[in-house]
Design a protein around this ligand. Structure first.
Ligand SMILES: [Zn+2]
Ligand SMILES: [Zn+2]
Length: 177
């Protein structure tokens, strides 16, 4: 049976435990505030200031900190910046027709709206190549030059041909004169 003289001792122990718990709570709140501010701001002085406000004002200081702290952490801000950048790139990379600025599919050869030529097929492997590529990236065949060269050569050949034949035809005649 605890005697009546022991009661002040119990009260002392109770007060000591409560005091230790409250100071541990105070310390952990200050540390939490410091860490939380560090996660939200690169400024070390802002973190120290926030921890000081909570250390001095205790719970009201914590309420003030929770109201005033930056809305997102540095990691969240970084994540949001990445997402915005990805979205922007997606919009920028969406292909449009150079003739009429309408949306086109990446595998179209001709714009269905304005009939602008968008792509060409490789002569060797048949895959779609950009118009300005002079070599097929899929099979390594030089792509653009053969049609252009043959088109340039084709009109030249008949020009030379008849001229030579005409010369050949006329030459004997001139020699004959
Ligand atoms: Zn078009
Ligand atoms: Zn090819």
């Amino acid at each position: 049976m605890p005697s009546l003289e022991d009661i002040p001792n119990y009260i002392t122990i109770l007060i000591a435990f409560t005091g230790a718990f409250l100071s541990a709570l105070w310390l952990s709140l200050v540390i939490w505030t410091f860490r939380d501010m560090r996660a939200r701001s690169r400024d070390i002085f802002a973190a120290i200031l926030a921890a000081l406000v909570v250390a001095v004002l205790l719970l009201p200081g914590l309420v003030i900190y929770l109201i005033l702290r930056p809305r997102e952490t540095l990691a969240e801000a970084y994540q949001r910046a990445l997402e915005e950048e990805a979205l922007l790139r997606q919009i920028e990379e969406r292909p449009i027709c150079p003739g009429c600025q309408r949306d086109i599919e990446p595998d179209w050869m001709v714009c269905p709206s304005c009939h602008t030529r968008l792509r060409k097929t490789c002569m060797n492997c048949g895959r779609l190549n950009e118009l300005n590529w002079d070599i097929c990236p899929y099979c390594g065949t030089p792509a653009a030059t053969p049609p252009a060269a043959s088109r340039r050569a084709a009109p030249a050949a008949p020009d030379v041909g008849p001229a030579e034949s005409e010369e050949a035809a006329y030459e004997p005649a001139s020699r004959r004169k």
